[in-house]
Design a protein around this ligand. Structure first.
Ligand code: PMP
Length: 438
């Protein structure tokens, strides 16, 4: 029987897998007892500011009364019913809202249970679409290097082959086509020479392999877990144009960027394009429950429905979970009530003012800010155990990976709370001991 927090942590280490963690030499975990607003309350007594929004999701902060009330109201009605043959108001309302707010043309909604599953669904849609058109040979995907789309197998097959360790799963993981990552940054000049080199490899892939490509899948504007890079909107426009030219579907994975994070409600809006298929997740429920959605055009949906199967071949047990849908409806209502645009604009301004000067630091290679995302790219990999402990001592929760120390705070963060986060970042770059310099 587990008694206190040291017992809990011991038991945790002995029997629980954590994300990307060894079972024999696990990194330490911190025990959360409570959370509210932007604060995590640790069992050891510290109250720390969450700079990660629990991996892009908790945009309204923890324990929000409006979302809690909506969840309780739904629990008191029903938490779950199967979606086969049954439907309910929370799902219908959510589908309507998503169709209204997402880029034009995305009219059909598939509700999935997590981001990775939404990506699986998008890939399956693309393959069934091409199959229905009699193009069964178009059964591969094109993507760009440094991408990240989730941890299930089809999603992994379009993650960066090196970062995603494809070699570990060779023989099982599907082989797809990879163009070079866009080399042109969000604010760079889109001059011909730079544009040509950024787009060259992509054009070549389309030219050489279009007969076999069902869809181009990418994260619009922000390449997240694969490197935290922001690329030029014109590149995304070029992707759209190439997809149209070669009759290949465009899948936009906005699981991380969706719902305001990049400064636009959806990152596709930076380039003023609509994808054929769109994946959403993470902040969809304000980070309260796992829910994701894959939207597609009427053309994709009707083509699939007229194909050999006559149906779309997917239907998970918890599809359209009413509690998760009601939570998403409350979170989306709050997003607009809170004026997300003003919140994100203020965060972006403060991040730029307080963090861009760090670019000159001897340990730092680059600092990038877009919307409510700030990335400090160090010259060296960080020592996770040391840096994590130092951040906790400074009263913040920031979880770097590799050379990347980054934050994407909840939209409700105050100026003073955000200052605590940026100050912690400014302090950490001075700590030589957090960097593995050899
Ligand atoms: N796509 C992107 C762009 C992501 O950032 C993530 C999660 N980090 C996923 C897909 C997978 O989502 P989930 O972790 O909910 O399966």
């Amino acid at each position: 029987m587990v008694k206190n927090y040291t017992d809990l942590l011991k038991c945790d280490q002995e029997c629980l897998w954590h994300p990307y963690t060894s079972m024999t030499t696990p990194l330490p975990s911190y025990l959360v007892e409570d959370a509210d607003g932007v604060y995590l309350h640790l069992a050891t007594g510290e109250k720390i500011i969450d700079g990660m929004s629990s991996w892009w999701s908790v945009v309204h902060g923890y324990n929000n009364a409006f979302i809690n009330d909506a969840m309780k109201a739904q629990i008191d009605k029903f938490s779950h019913v199967m979606f086969g043959g049954l439907t309910h108001e929370p799902a219908v309302k959510l589908a309507n809202t998503l169709i209204d707010i997402t880029p034009v043309g995305l009219d059909k909604v598939f509700l999935a249970d997590s981001g990775s599953v939404a990506v699986e669904v998008s890939i399956k849609m693309a393959l069934q679409y091409q199959h229905s058109l009699g193009k069964a040979d178009k059964n591969k995907l094109l993507t760009i290097k440094n991408g990240y789309h989730g941890d299930t197998f089809a999603a992994m097959s379009v993650c960066d082959p090196v970062n995603g360790m494809h070699s570990l799963f060779s023989g099982f993981i599907s082989e797809n086509y990879f163009a070079d990552a866009p080399s042109i940054g969000f604010d760079d000049d889109w001059v011909d020479s730079a544009a040509n080199s950024a787009i060259k490899s992509l054009k070549q892939q389309f030219k050489d392999n279009h007969q076999h490509i069902a869809a181009l899948i990418l994260e619009p504007i922000v390449q997240g877990a694969g490197g935290m890079r922001f690329y030029h909107p014109q590149y995304l426009r070029a992707c759209r144009a190439l997809c149209d030219q070669y009759e290949i579907l465009l899948i936009a994975d906005e699981i991380a960027t969706g719902f305001g994070r990049s400064g636009k409600l959806f990152a596709c809006e930076h380039a003023n394009i609509s994808p054929d298929i769109l994946c959403l997740g993470k902040a969809l429920t304000g980070g309260y429950l796992s829910l994701a959605a894959t939207l597609c055009t009427t053309k994709v949906a009707t083509t699939i429905s007229k194909g050999e199967a006559g149906v779309f071949m997917h239907g998970p047990t918890f599809m359209g979970n009413p509690l998760a849908c009601a939570t998403a409806n409350a979170s989306l209502e709050l997003l607009f009530k809170n004026d997300w645009q003003a919140q994100v604009r203020a965060i972006e301004q403060q991040l730029k003012t307080e963090l861009l000067p760090i670019k000159q630091h001897k340990n730092i290679a680059d600092v990038r800010v877009l919307g409510a995302i700030a990335v400090i790219e160090a010259k060296y990999k960080v020592n996770m155990a040391i840096i994590q402990q130092k951040f906790v001592e400074m009263g913040v929760w920031i979880r770097p990976f590799g050379k990347l120390i980054y934050i994407m705070p909840p939209f409700v963060i105050s100026t003073a709370e955000l200052k605590t986060l940026t100050q912690a970042l400014a302090n950490i770059v001075d700590c030589d001991e957090v960097f593995n310099k050899i």
